[in-house]
Design a protein around this ligand. Sequence first.
Ligand code: ADP
Ligand code: TYD
Length: 206
Amino acid sequence: MSERGRFITFEGIDGAGKSTQIAATIEWGRSRGYEVVQSREPGGTRLGEKLRELLLHEPMHLETEALLMFAARREHLAQVIEPALARGAWVVSDRFSDATFAYQSGGRGLSVDKFRALEAWVHPDLQPDLTFLFDLPPAIAAQRLASGRDNADRFEREQCDFFERVRNAYLQRAEASSGRIAVIDSARDPQVVCADVLQCLEARFA
Ligand SMILES: Nc1ncnc2c1ncn2[C@@H]1O[C@H](COP(=O)(O)OP(=O)(O)O)[C@@H](O)[C@H]1O
Ligand SMILES: Cc1cn([C@H]2C[C@H](O)[C@@H](COP(=O)(O)OP(=O)(O)O)O2)c(=O)[nH]c1=O
């Protein structure tokens, strides 16, 4: 039986630079001969992508939003993450449960206990092996996103104070799980940020 693969997740407020850095991580894994599966949340499966469309654009109750995030995640785990890890592949996901703690608890203000219960239900024995948290002030992230704001989704339309709360919730979670979550200062040049990411991968997995 092949060794279990690694599960790496990317987190941060909208515009933090996750997408820019994911490609380098995938290249790093493939250059070492691993099968690397790229995925995202909400999404990653046929059903998950349909739920993503609703989550990003359809008005809904805050608890419906939270439950649909975990429903999409359940499907993602069953169809993509768990089979890939079991066959020895690496999974690189643009967001996972830390995003729900940050956005739906930190940002929206729902009780963190609800998410602990959902996490214990949906993935009691699985956490990412490594999570990159791209951290930067919301005002800078907003500037970076400014050019593409014409058809902003339900989250991108939120104001700076919402993203401050999301950022703080992410940082609190990183403090509580410092062995798993690497906080990367994302306010620097992309090449400098990328060097940090690669150094972290080398230190953890080489
Ligand atoms: N370190 C950086 N410095 C300046 N601009 C950046 C940096 N990283 C990403 N960007 C730009 O900011 C925007 C948002 O980056 P992106 O990677 O799409 O963020 P995310 O996926 O976290 O929402 C893009 O236009 C991208 O080119
Ligand atoms: C996974 C997840 C995402 N989200 C939000 C964060 C983002 O605003 C949005 C979509 O994430 P993302 O794919 O990072 O957006 P983009 O590609 O436009 O940068 O969903 C939550 O609120 N909770 C969650 O659990």
